[in-house]
Design a protein around this ligand. Sequence first.
Ligand code: AMP
Ligand code: ZN
Length: 113
Amino acid sequence: MDCIFCKIANKEIPSAIVYEDEDVIAFNDLNPEAPVHILVIPKKHIASLNDASEEDQQLLGKIMLTIQKIASEQGIAEDGYRVVTNCGEQGGQTVMHLHFHLLGGREMLWPAG
Ligand code: AMP
Ligand code: ZN
């Protein structure tokens, strides 16, 4: 499948990996919007949140707890951080493989643009 994040998960293209287990991989965003900007993805190809199903329930929960762990390792847990998933065109999704942005290390603005 011609999916850039599947290729990252399969190590076919390089990335700065900060966490990996059998189900989940996390790597630094190529164009960081904050001092800490990490993308956390399932290794399984799921195009977007719209495409997740009942069978992915455990995986989605694992991703959230993985984000919690990474935030702690990155030293941003106490000050706080933001977790974002963009879904579809109006959500601003540009890569069609489900991913969660972990952003931290600076004050976040709200509402998001
Ligand atoms: P989104 O707009 O939510 O789909 O986010 C896609 C994100 O992927 C953007 O923040 C990009 O900077 C990031 N990105 C695209 N290609 C790569 C790559 N090869 N390695 C790391 N991050 C990437
Ligand atoms: Zn993929």
